[in-house]
Design a protein around this ligand. Sequence first.
Ligand code: NAD
Ligand code: ZN
Length: 605
Amino acid sequence: MIPARYGATRFPGKLMQDLAGKTVILRTYEATRDTELFDEVYVVTDSDVIYQEIVSNGGQAIMSQKQHECGSDRIAEAVQDMDVDIVVNVQGDEPFTSKGSLEKVLKVFENDHENLIDLASIMTEIDDWKEISDPNCVKVIVDEEDFAMYFSRSPVPYPRDKNVSVQYYKHKGVYAFRKKALMDFYRLPMRSLEATEKIESIRYLEYGHRIKMVVSNAEGIEIDTPEDLVRANKVLKEGVESMTVNNKYRNFPMVPKVVFGAGCFDQLQSILTPERKANAPFIFLVDDVFRDRSDLVDRIPLRFNDQLQFVSADEEPKTSQVDQIVGDIRSEFKITPSGIIGIGGGTILDLCKAVAIMLNNQGSAADYQGWDLVGNQAVYHVGIPTISGTGAEVSRTTVLTGPEKKLGINSDFTPFDQVVLDPDLTKGVPTDQWFYTGMDCFIHCVESLSGSFLNTFSESYGEKAYDLCKEIFLNGDLSDEESRSKLMMASWHGGMSIAYSQVGVAHAMSYGLSYVLGTKHGIGNCIVFDHLEEYYPEGVALFKEMKKKHKIELPTGLCQDLSPQQFDIMMDIALSLHPLWENALGPNWEQIMTREKLRELYLKM
Ligand code: NAD
Ligand code: ZN
């Protein structure tokens, strides 16, 4: 429902202003309808002019019967006799309302099995003091679970101590209600906090209701002033990309806590204790290879109803496997676990991240493969690598093979809350495997350092990891202990390097191999990289030296017996990874990496 009042106080008639050839209200209506998220979209208005504008352009509009103080009352009147479940209030003056943010606010209800949430709304991170102190910008503060504590036009919280870092949030005027909640609130008398701030959402708080806030940084332009209109016109004429202010530089999360050192695994119990919630177990997902290794298993601090599950790393993680583990945990424990602890290589770490996400998000893991599709924070999760190289311990992704694609769940909620880096845990890794996983790190560096997305942030991490790899795999005068420690840090730095850039040709092709043949990531990268001297001359030359030094034999003839269909699927999977190719070959990559060229490369393998 899009409430639309003709006579806005600050900018009268703004909804009927021209925005690159269409009125503001019609653009808002069409943008909302085109998200295809809703069964019905209506404009609810007191104005004949707005009503005609929508209806004459093929839209649906409703005239409100009564005078209303606020938009929610207007839509409450409109839906009172409709059979609806969730009602979303989209502001008429937000023609750029994005599908992503509406999707996020709807997802809140999917996960609310016990109907605890009456309404949800959106907030956006803001950092500019001018905006924070601007009374036209409504700020919101939230509790630990993102429930709103207060909305204000004043800067809240007040930054008395400038050294405490806080994130300020701006409230976006999008609400999603259960119908019952909307009807309950309808015409509740206004109280004084709302009256003085002139902020409608305060009313719900004043009556003791909880508003779940969802962060969405896809910021469009709200048409509040004539200047906004000028800006919006410019954006529409110059292309929509320039609109999302937060897209210019990536703002990505890092692992907030990490402990490093031989033997630090024994600190696990003291690390977990403060995170333990009453009756809620920790679930330990441990690589099956440790099943008989009491030197590790006996040190896992199982308490109360904690659960240890051994998981095989013979195959790379699948979305169906994640769904299975999540389903089992949900049916065994009525309560959400205190945390998920992954102990193993990239396979187990990725599973752990995905399970932690899916415990708080509805549906299948396959629904979230892609960039920023996750709506709710993951359960607390800890990564403890036992083999080094993938960088999965720091990365913002969890790579999964789904029914249709091999793609990560790349989101702000993916990274671990805690990582335990104990080089001793990597003792006992077989030499071949040590090499393959270690080379994943080396290849990450080569691909990141030679990519077009490189910036100084990535470069500084990538160079360090690259040098460490050379020391470990070529120089050969390190003790085992030094070598384990250095490789563990190389993996970390390699992961950080691609966090702000991307991988490239070897990874794209190796994903294709893995999808069709089940070739594992580490060895798959090596098989591909061995033939990529045309793209990475220096890196491939070094790789060949390392391979020779450690007497590694790679399989050959992998693609010889593939059927034409298998070949096509393999190429489709590889070519679908646009950011990887663009990083490696630049914006015109499609002209360089044609299907023929790709086939030729694969046939060498
Ligand atoms: P892995 O987890 O598949 O483990 C490889 C083998 O080593 C397994 O057989 C495992 O049982 C064994 N192993 C692990 N630790 C051992 C130990 N201490 N002693 C003896 N054996 C041990 O291998 P990996 O190369 O670490 O991970 C590959 C996976 O990581 C792939 O699924 C890939 O998609 C993923 N990956 C993820 C990211 C990311 O950013 N999320 C990045 C790169 C790779
Ligand atoms: Zn990799």
